[in-house]
Design a protein around this ligand. Structure first.
Ligand code: ATP
Ligand code: MG
Length: 236
């Protein structure tokens, strides 16, 4: 459903991504792993229509649409939800307000997300619905960031390091949540540095190396068995 072909991105004149190839199939969970600064967030921003970076070449296709020329709200309307790195919830709004302000892609089937469905999904948020988001724990803010992305009724969910800065037990909760999201109606592109999370959730893993290029891809089992790739590109 998502097909990135020969993508090139810069910040100003600095080339960051120089020829990225990546595909995500329908209902597939693909995890992109890679060290700090390789270009993972740059890729996510490029897909979501956020600028910078500037896109200098290549295509990002969602089915038949090329996303490269679209504004971020147009990409969202096509069914691409974003859980940004660092979460970025609105701290001065309450939990419920954070969910209600989301512009929603119209959808009238059983997969449509509502505020109450998000609260069923995250009981912790339900208990805190009137609290300001700034008062939530890191894990709760991550749940809220995921809930906000779900409110757009995505077909593709972009998640940029959802485990960053969270305690192992909280990462476990997020993992179970994401596992229950897996299904034919939702594809997930999961950017991570947490190898364990990627290994347990992904159908396929791609490792990003220098210049934002994919240097390895394969099954979670194959990656786990490949000590050389883990050592040289993931620092484990
Ligand atoms: N707004 C910006 N202007 C200029 N350079 C930037 C900007 N944002 C990122 N960069 C640079 O682009 C490169 C890729 O950054 P990016 O944030 O995509 O890496 P990343 O793989 O997401 O890293 P991390 O795992 O630390 O989040 C880095 O060298 C970074 O310093
Ligand atoms: Mg990043």
């Amino acid at each position: 459903m998502l097909s990135i072909d020969g993508l090139q991105c810069t910040y100003g004149t600095a080339p960051i991504i120089q020829g990225l190839q990546l595909d995500v199939g329908e209902g597939e969970v693909v995890s992109v792993l890679g060290r700090n600064g390789m270009g993972k967030t740059t890729m996510v921003r490029a897909i979501a229509g956020m600028r910078p970076p500037e896109v200098r070449g290549g295509a990002i296709r969602l089915y038949e649409d090329d996303l490269v020329t679209l504004e971020s709200y147009e990409v969202a309307r096509l069914g691409v939800g974003l859980v940004p790195q660092g979460r970025h919830v609105f701290g001065s709004l309450t939990v419920i307000e954070n969910l209600e302000v989301i512009a929603r892609a119209p959808r009238h089937d059983a997969d449509s997300w509502t505020v109450e469905r998000v609260f069923d999904f995250f009981p912790r948020l339900d208990e805190r619905r009137e609290q300001f988001a700034s008062n939530l724990s890191g894990g709760e803010q991550q749940m809220l960031a995921i809930g906000r992305a779900l409110m757009t009724n995505p077909r593709l969910l972009l998640m940029d390091e959802p485990s960053e800065g969270l305690a192992p037990i909280v990462i476990g909760t997020i993992k179970e949540t994401m596992r229950s999201l897996k299904g034919p109606g939702l594809s997930i592109l999961l950017v991570e540095q947490n190898l364990g999370l990627a290994l347990s959730l992904a159908d396929r893993i791609a490792v990003m190396g220098p210049h934002g290029q994919i240097v390895w891809s394969g099954s979670p089992e194959a990656l786990d068995a490949d000590e050389a790739v883990k050592r040289s590109h993931l620092g484990v």
